[in-house]
Design a protein around this ligand. Structure first.
Ligand SMILES: Nc1ncnc2c1ncn2[C@@H]1O[C@H](COP(=O)(O)OP(=O)(O)OP(=O)(O)O)[C@@H](O)[C@H]1O
Length: 220
């Protein structure tokens, strides 16, 4: 099977000189679920951000689909992201609107008609088990439910690649297991899922591939 994502000798040096990734080479097949492990600061978030073109590599090449992310024109980034669902810590839930409206947000810029959008929002909420909360004010949700809202918002445009940075941080182990089950259900229908975590319980109980980083390098 052709690789969906490949890194060839990729390094990332942030302004200021810190080298967050050093000579990373890896290949990810379509349909994989991968956990990225490693200490705080090991480079997990940086690696995920490079795939989504949130950051650019300093050297080396990154291919996602058929495209070279390092040389992608700025104007091409929205097209790349159509295929990617992203769950990053810094993406905030909007507390001035209900659960439904939060999940609807990404569709409002893509020009679907209201009825199609509404049915997609409900399908996404259903997949994460939040359909009964569509009218709820997000402030009333538990930590695990807020994370499921973020997942629904990330998949509402039906991406083939899902990237989640520490999605179980701050959740107790039962919620963490639930969230992992949600990711697995997307993976079972063919979505490629990449998750960074330092949750020992998830890492010890998974049957999926684990890629470990240490000080910006892959651990063999
Ligand atoms: N925008 C930035 N500018 C400068 N340095 C950065 C930037 N983003 C990350 N870094 C540094 O790069 C290193 C790797 O960070 P990264 O967030 O990729 O690690 P991580 O493995 O995801 O860690 P954590 O689990 O703590 O999020 C860290 O030392 C961090 O301080």
């Amino acid at each position: 099977m052709a690789a969906m994502i490949s890194f060839n000798d990729v390094s990332k040096c942030y302004p200021g000189g810190f080298e967050a990734l050093k000579g990373v080479t890896l290949s990810i097949d379509q349909g994989e679920l991968i956990l990225f492990a490693g200490h705080s600061g090991a480079g997990k978030s940086t690696l995920l951000k490079l795939i989504a073109a949130i950051e650019r590599p300093t050297s080396g090449s990154i291919i996602v689909g058929q495209q070279n992310i390092g040389t992608l024109r700025r104007s091409a980034i929205p097209y790349l992201r159509r295929n990617i669902g992203m769950i990053f810590q810094e993406q905030k839930i909007l507390y001035d609107r209900n659960v439904f409206a939060n999940v609807m947000l990404p569709l409002q810029v893509t020009g679907f008609d209201t009825r199609t959008s509404a049915s997609r929002v409900r399908a996404a909420l259903d997949k994460v088990g939040l359909l009964d909360k569509e009218r709820a004010d997000p402030i009333t949700l538990s930590g695990g439910e807020k994370q499921r809202l973020c997942i629904a918002r990330a998949v509402v445009h039906r991406p083939s690649l899902l990237i989640a940075d520490e999605p179980t941080a701050n959740l107790d182990s039962n919620y963490a297991r639930d969230i992992m089950a949600v990711f697995e259900s997307f993976n079972q229908v063919g979505v490629t899922v990449l998750i960074s975590t330092h949750d020992r319980m998830l890492l010890d109980s998974t049957r999926h591939r684990i890629i470990e980083l240490k000080q910006g390098k892959l651990v063999a």
